[in-house]
Write a protein of this length. Sequence first.
Length: 322
Amino acid sequence: MRLSFGRARQLADEGVLGLNKRNGDYILRFNARSRYPLVDDKLRTKQLALAANLAVPPLYGVIRTHHDIRLLPEIVRDHPQFVLKPAHGSGGDGIVVIAGRSGSRYRTISGALLDAGELAHYLSNAINGQFSLGGIQDVVIVEYMVKFSPVFESLSYQGVPDVRIIVFRGYPIMAMVRLPTRISGGKANLHQGAVGAGIDLSSGRTLDGVLGTEVITHHPDTTNPIAGVRVPAWDTILDIAARCYELTGLGYIGVDIVLDRDRGPLILELNARPGLAIQIANRQGLLRRLQICEQRADFDAPAAERVAFARREFAHPVRGAA
């Protein structure tokens, strides 16, 4: 079904957070510009998380200059699978996932084969800022390729699903899982056609999904039902998300976490300007939850208490797409 005017009105009644209010009342107010580099630079985020004993995909190496491109074969010599990621990229742009080798060529997750020259050309463009915010000179992270948890195997096309959690001053207030599709090219990016499914903060169970503005009950490629899947290690995921407030000092952030088959929850990246589509995925507004926090929360509480508050206040029973 498509979101009707009645549904839009219902969302407004439930406290939808609009773009201007998000920017003025939350991002501008609680996110100091001086702290943006902590999350806009994925390499710096990874280093901060490691120092705070928070799990991230292991780092194999960094390609900082054109001269360093020749070092890639040595960096990945013992890693047939790896990911290349521009440190200042956004929206998944410029990420290359290598799933294996075929002779001297590298095989991407989609099955395409790249020779050493093609990979060197990509790295050169990435260093020159082709994929970075503002086109600035960049570096490329070489890291572990996440092996996604089998719990999402029936709800994903090729790529790795991730969990997005909005965190307000250390309180997780809303969550969704982003499920890759054929249309999205295997990327967990809603703007490129991935499915977003809300998650009940209390139980960690998925709700129905949304594809664009259409509420759906089954994944478009696998045809499996979306609602009712329990996200593994939900306690750990919420704890990680809450602790990212102390990690960055940013009061309004999106925390993206992947579930690795062997390593469990890993921080993928942090976002100081998280989008608002999570409200559609949950069919509830962020504003009401933000206001509950401002009225009732103890912002000096430790992470465990903040998580307990969120699970109690923001329980969202699983329901079908009405």
